[in-house]
Write a protein that binds this ligand. Sequence first.
Ligand SMILES: NC(=O)c1ccc[n+]([C@@H]2O[C@H](COP(=O)([O-])OP(=O)(O)OC[C@H]3O[C@@H](n4cnc5c(N)ncnc54)[C@H](O)[C@@H]3O)[C@@H](O)[C@H]2O)c1
Length: 268
Amino acid sequence: MAHVLVTGSAGYVGSHVLALLKRAGHHPVVFDNLTRGFAELVQPHAVPFVRGNLADRALLRPVLHDYQIDAILHFAALAFVGESTEVPDRYYRSNTANGLTLLEEAIAYRPETPPALVFSSTCAAYGTPTQLPIRETTARCRISPYGRCKLSMEWMVADLSHQHHFGAVILRYFNAAGADPPIPSAIQAAEAGSPFFIHGDDFDTPDGTAIRDLVHVRDLAAAPIDALDDLIAGGETTDLNFGTGVGHSVRQVVHCIERMRRGAVGVR
Ligand SMILES: NC(=O)c1ccc[n+]([C@@H]2O[C@H](COP(=O)([O-])OP(=O)(O)OC[C@H]3O[C@@H](n4cnc5c(N)ncnc54)[C@H](O)[C@@H]3O)[C@@H](O)[C@H]2O)c1
């Protein structure tokens, strides 16, 4: 069982991964600066929690040594496409430069056998899809700064893992949805009879709202652990898309919840 540094695990996806990692018998160590995460998502898991910024080499270095880290699950990032177009420099600093710092420190910590790495990338690295469903080989087009800085990190992971002989899996998640316990905000709004706002209805889609490939966060959270187990078992460096291959528009999801509310759609 591995000692695993989990960056960004006070966030949405990473916090779901913690529970599964522990259940699988691994030993997670949380590393998060809490700029976008919540300490209360970590506390129930009773795991070591280092509050710090990935840019802080002087903090990162002893953490790798002290916990004898065997593998890294890297989630820490800024993750909003819209925001990335307003402050692209902040996104490159956070998602590319900090990523390089993490890779360099991991290699310096154990130069002969650097820790295995699972990197959380995104379907945004494809930009506007030129083909559906989006495959690993799909051409990239009109990529946002968020997608570009994640793509830059993908290239660094590929090059450094090759050069320094460590296993790495790049996972491009599609859109995580849901919660644990499963009370997404749209369902909460339906239950409470309060308004629910759709952001954007002028997309080039049949009903004008964005189409997303939605994956339940618990299913998504299992993927990096499977990737980790595969690397530990000697699996090869690879990159994979992680989605259902089927898109649903925001309005379709809202209509489905309305039908559930009226009892027209059952939940098993
Ligand atoms: N949520 C999704 O649908 C989705 C889809 C595709 C890819 N991803 C990727 O998955 C990862 C996690 O996404 P999320 O939705 O959980 O995001 P999130 O914002 O909920 O979590 C990110 C966490 O990283 C931490 N963090 C940010 N910068 C840091 C830094 N410099 N040092 C230390 N900690 C830092 C934040 O405090 C936060 O807890 C991201 O890399 C994101 O790009 C998410």
